[in-house]
Ligand binder design. Structure first.
Ligand SMILES: NC(=O)c1ccc[n+]([C@@H]2O[C@H](COP(=O)([O-])OP(=O)(O)OC[C@H]3O[C@@H](n4cnc5c(N)ncnc54)[C@H](OP(=O)(O)O)[C@@H]3O)[C@@H](O)[C@H]2O)c1
Length: 224
């Protein structure tokens, strides 16, 4: 996630959805080049026009060297199955598209997504059981390493379900302001400090006036 100095990942009206440097863009592609699958929330796919592609030949080569498939699977979380048929994702060639839906999503929506070319997973529970979805991706599609690309609603759900091993954050020296501007985790994760998702700062890299942070998960019961 790229984040402003005031902790925002887009402007309140979502007019600005991309604000990292070219280096930040390359870092994202480099990270994608390490993944079996990419995971994105439905609103991010719609609002940013994300197609979850591999990028230039250099990244394809990196995947080959790492023994990965030529392209990472493209997985979208859409509990209600509302992911728009107009999303650019559908018009882009690339790896198979998988959509994860809640048990309560209508069969009509699932059929629509299938007709667009997606493989659709239905949660065994009424809501969307993220750990079960990730188990399915591992079991049925061999996904070992998954890169989640936001947005905040999806990130918060992954954090709340304790499914995040690492956080990669690009700190961009801009201020968007606005109480309603999206952040990296836009949903309840903890009510008490003891329940907060905890990470250790593993590295900080400075490139120009951006800072590239890598955080690694700590157990919630680890001593300070
Ligand atoms: N700066 C960055 O690095 C960065 C990266 C990514 C995104 N963004 C910004 O983030 C904004 C979009 O993020 P967002 O938080 O609004 O939306 P989001 O997380 O991308 O998508 C939310 C939608 O995904 C589905 N979803 C996510 N988690 C779910 C769960 N646990 N259970 C069921 N469904 C779930 C739901 O779809 P249904 O409605 O179909 O149920 C939900 O409405 C955009 O403005 C984008 O620019 C910024």
């Amino acid at each position: 996630m790229a984040m402003t100095a005031d902790g925002k990942v887009a402007t309140a009206g979502r007019e600005v959805v991309s604000f990292g440097s070219p280096h930040d863009q390359r870092a994202l592609y480099a990270l994608r080049a390490t993944a079996d699958a990419l995971l994105c929330g439905a609103r991010t796919v719609e609002e940013t026009g994300a197609t979850l592609g591999t990028g230039s030949k250099a990244f394809l080569a990196a995947r080959r060297r790492a023994g990965l498939s030529p392209e990472a699977l493209r997985v979208v979380v859409s509990g209600a199955g509302s992911l728009s048929s107009d999303a650019a994702l559908w018009r882009s060639s690339g790896a198979p598209i998988l959509v994860l839906t809640a048990g309560t999503a209508s069969e009509t929506q699932r059929e629509r997504l299938r007709s667009l070319g997606a493989q659709v997973w239905k949660s065994p529970s009424q809501g969307l059981d993220l750990p079960a979805a990730l188990d399915w991706l591992a079991r049925e599609h061999g996904v070992r390493r998954l890169v989640a690309e936001g947005g905040g609603v999806l990130n918060a759900a992954l954090m709340a379900a304790d499914q995040v091993d690492e956080v990669r954050l690009t700190l961009v020296p801009r201020i968007f302001g606005g109480a309603a501007s999206p952040t990296i985790a836009d949903g309840p994760v903890a009510d008490a400090l003891a329940d907060a998702a905890r990470f250790r700062l593993a590295s900080v890299r400075a490139v120009g006036d951006e800072r590239f942070l890598r955080y690694v998960r700590m157990s919630r019961v680890d001593p300070q």
